[in-house]
Design a protein around this ligand. Structure first.
Ligand code: HEM
Length: 424
């Protein structure tokens, strides 16, 4: 009896299973057919019927973003886009729904369209990633006093301290890897502003583990961008992200959490970021952590990249370097007299800045989400260049292939070896 019943139950189960398998097979077949049909018809749509179909660009890029992602992953994004503009002109379609403009008139339109980034490890959006415009504006208002001209005048002794430390470090060396030295300097400055304490890179003449991780992991950044770009890959990644990677991300973030928390508990009368914003009570602790992490990236390697590039341009154009060096040594009687108040008055040092305002090139972006640290960056960069050229004659035999560098969201800068002769 029981075996008969069992046979019946099994029979029923088998039938349910069989029909389930058949349904699954049909669904899979339908999905496969739909996929094939979509793959075959999408290029026709993308090339002939899409609203962007008349915009110049490679046919493959009109159908898929794959060529762009490959270029990003290989660190060739800038070269890839430059080449596309050389071939196709000022407006290029580099993906099915993506346009790139090399014409300055596009700045206003591009700034209306904001790209959003993933939240920080504590799930809070920092200011650059904040998708809500009203929240962004509120954050901007809170942080603005810390980056105002008034704040910068109070921060000048700190900037000078590290510029002088950089000079002292360079004097000991003779031949210097400027890529590293400039990284040490900008990270030390920003750590004092964001954590209220130095990272000690100039002192130890080497990277801390935390900074080394930032540079060691740059090649992963395009993969993360790719994953974040598509909602499905983002969802799958969140589900499958290995625990070890999550832990690594949290450990890295906790470096900032520990330091910011310590700085807030301790209090400070130094003009760092928190002493200029903390009184507003408008920020939660999580906001502070997320934004401190952003400042440590946005305010360091950007400035260091520009300074390294400028140093390369100077050592490979000694005639221009001489004009700039003469200007700085003529205006200031001694290294200690170099001040952030006087530096903006130097004509040759600021020639780029003047050009930049007329030009289509906007390295700090424009609009309500432009770089909040722009004034700090200009003062810091002018001070560092002036101190460097006042104190040293620079020389380097680096070849033009130095310029051939990869960019993985941030530049993967090559070492820039320079001989520094102390002259004062
Ligand atoms: C040469 C140096 C620098 C360059 C070229 C630069 C460039 C930029 C650009 C292009 C943006 C807009 C990004 C976007 O729209 O996605 C930006 C935003 C930002 N930058 Fe800078 N930056 C520099 C230095 C600094 C410094 C020293 C700080 C100081 C912490 C800083 C902090 C920020 C912040 C917080 C934002 C987000 C602003 C917002 O969303 O309201 N940057 N920067």
């Amino acid at each position: 009896m029981s075996s008969y019943q069992t046979f019946h139950v099994m029979d029923g189960l088998q039938r349910v299973l069989a029909s389930f398998c058949a349904a699954s097979a049909t669904a899979a077949l339908l999905a496969a057919v739909s996929f094939v049909l979509y793959s075959l018809s999408y290029p026709i749509y993308a090339l002939f019927l899409h609203p962007l179909s008349s915009v110049p660009g490679p046919k493959l890029s009109a159908c898929t973003r794959i060529p762009y992602w490959v270029a990003c992953i290989q660190g060739r994004r800038v070269r890839h886009m430059t080449k596309l503009h050389q071939i196709y002109g000022p407006v290029v379609r580099f993906g099915p729904n993506d346009l790139s403009y090399s014409d300055g008139r596009a700045w206003r339109d591009i700034c209306l369209e904001v790209r959003f980034h993933a939240p920080s490890a504590n799930s809070v959006h920092n200011i650059i990633a904040e998708p809500d415009h009203a929240k962004h504006a509120a954050l901007r208002q809170v942080f603005s006093p810390a980056f105002s001209e008034q704040a910068l005048r109070r921060q000048e002794p700190l900037l000078r301290k590290y510029a002088d430390f950089m000079i002292a470090r360079a004097r000991q060396a003779g031949t210097v890897n400027m890529t590293q030295l400039l990284n040490f300097t900008t990270f030390d400055i920003m750590a004092e502003l964001a954590f209220g304490e130095p990272l000690g890179l100039l002192e130890r003449n080497g990277y801390s583990d935390w900074v080394a991780t930032v540079f060691d992991t740059v090649r992963v950044l395009p993969y993360l961008q790719l994953i974040e770009f598509y909602p499905l890959s983002r969802m799958i990644f969140r589900l499958l992200e290995p625990k070890s990677v999550v832990k690594m991300r949290l450990d890295h973030f906790n470096h900032t959490v520990t330091r910011v928390t310590k700085r807030l508990e301790k209090g400070s009368d130094k003009p760092d970021i928190w002493s200029l914003v903390v009184d507003s009570h408008a920020l939660l602790l999580d906001d502070m952590h997320a934004n401190a992490e952003l400042f440590m990236i946005a305010g360091t390697e950007t400035t260091a990249s520009l300074l390294t590039g400028l140093t390369y341009c100077l050592v490979t154009n000694p005639d221009k370097m001489k004009i700039l060096t003469d200007e700085i040594r003529h205006v200031f009687p001694r290294s200690n007299a170099i001040s952030i108040e006087e530096l903006p008055k130097l004509k040759y040092l600021n020639a780029y800045y003047a050009d930049d305002k007329r030009d289509a090139h906007q390295p700090f972006s424009i609009g309500p989400r432009n770089c909040i640290g722009m004034n700090l960056a200009w003062h810091e960069m002018r001070l560092i260049v002036a101190k460097l050229l006042y104190n040293f004659d620079l020389e380097s035999h680096v070849g033009t292939d130095w310029l051939d560098q990869n960019v993985y969201v941030i530049w993967d800068r090559k070492p820039l070896m320079c001989r520094l002769k102390y002259v004062k």
